[in-house]
Write a protein that binds this ligand. Sequence first.
Ligand SMILES: Nc1ncnc2c1ncn2[C@@H]1O[C@H](COP(=O)(O)OP(=O)(O)O)[C@@H](O)[C@H]1O
Ligand SMILES: [Mg+2]
Length: 582
Amino acid sequence: MALTPKAFGVLRYLVEHAGRLVTQDELLEELWPAIYVNPGVVRKYILEIRRALGDRPDALMFIETLPKRGYQFVAPVIDESAAGTSSAAGTNRILGREPQLAELCLYLSRAQRSERQIVFITGELGIGKTALGDEFQRRARVDAPGIRIACGQCVEGYGGTEPYYAVLEALGQLCRGSEGESVVRILAQQAPAWLAQFPLLVNGKQGEPLQRQILGATRERMLREIGDVMETITSERPLLLVLENLHWAEPSTVDFISAMARRRASAKFMLTATYRTTDVRLAKHPLEAVKQDLLVHQLCHETALQPLQEVDVAEYLDIELKGATVPEGLAGLIYRRTEGNPLFIVAFLKHMQDRGLIAVENGSWQITSLKKVDREVPENLRRMIELRIEGLSEQEQQVLEMASLEGVGRFRFSVFSRAPIIDLEPEAFEEICETLYRRHRIIIPAGSAEFPDGSVSPCYEFVHALYRQVCSQRIAPQRRAQLHRRMGEWAEVHWEHLDESATVMAIHFEEAGDWPRAVKYLRLAAQTAGRRFEPQQAADILKHALELVKRLPEEEGAEYQITILEELAGIYIAWIRKATGS
Ligand SMILES: Nc1ncnc2c1ncn2[C@@H]1O[C@H](COP(=O)(O)OP(=O)(O)O)[C@@H](O)[C@H]1O
Ligand SMILES: [Mg+2]
């Protein structure tokens, strides 16, 4: 289970003192010795742990709150190491991927010996790239004690145009993780241009010299700095950097990977990067050429995932149907129809259950008839997902629609920020989310988000981007516009530092048809791109703003146009100066 290091620390302390009350002060003293932290953070971590363990407020099984006094771990605790059973690698949660896992573990052992490793995990949509990466992370934690793991996601569409978005997301995790302060210190020493991307981490004192230090920085310097930082961070403890969905990566993220692969210095550094083969090929994405070149020079590996085999499907059914006798011929049928694509297999089984085509009777699984299954289950995965969603209650569908829109947390959505948009109480919204998670497995819990007023909201995300797409495409254009407007307006009131989410805010107001506000946030987004030394991307964003300005009434439009053209000119001039060294 994924837990942030501090949350894990809290859980560990509670488990080690199971059965007795642990006060908030005790936790603060033990886990944050010698520094002052806002007591509210303890609550935040408890919430995160409860979500990870599946503790529900109405039926707590693990951690009990003793109001105003503290917390107590109430579940029975068994020490497996003392009992002589090893839980080292744990049981496998995925099937048919042992060779790939062994390969990844081999690369990890080289990374531990300071040979940097760049690994692309590739394959079609739903083939199991993320699942393999997750399982590998679990093993890495066991095989390489002390390893740090940081993940960043590339996102689709216009929201994915922010330079280095995924890299910064991962870096942000390192800065906030255990020993995060030392990472921030290293950034301050070796990578001021990167530290400047985290206004929240830079306190007032550092701010000004920092601005001076990064004057005259360039994109080459950005790449050099981050390379230095990664080598310093990984001189002792290994680091596994996970970058997901690179088929949506913007150019600077690809440059980052290429630069990391080509550096010579030794580092306990491993990068796994996933992407969809077909999408990259069709879009003529620069990634393909970069990977080929790295492969030729033996600077990277590729783990290309193939479909699962029929035996894997049979084993999957065995596990999912809890050891009951699996109806004859079912594995073969599912294998033929899904061509061994795991995402399709999972949805196929869920669909059969939803439709009552397969059900428990007298303690064993019964299937209506294979012929009927063959006839009634749709041919393609997208259609199957549509049908699954159509079968949900109206309110569940509404929550999913709401959840599918890109917001300030990108594709991770918080209950507090989405519930008011469709006039639901947060508790009601969360309850529906829980059903969509537990019963339907369409969304899954994804940590929590803290709002400027100190409140902490649970978050969820879709099990797979395809589910999000299907939900999003079901929304009628007018309703989409209305929802985006409300989301934008809600964010303006409730979030701080909106300039950090400028791209997303621009999407809200553009979708809402509110051109002046869309333009405002596009200009902010261009500034951010400029701060990351990506003139090309900054210029593209401003050009997009110019397109929107055309839709404004003439006089108002003309004024905006001049401002944006001036900003665009500023970018070009700086760009030319840098290119000519003048
Ligand atoms: N080897 C596997 N065994 C069992 N289930 C798998 C396996 N690989 C993937 N899955 C399941 O299939 C679904 C899609 O996998 P995912 O890793 O998200 O695909 P993608 O390649 O698009 O990242 C997930 O629900 C995942 O749990
Ligand atoms: Mg994936």
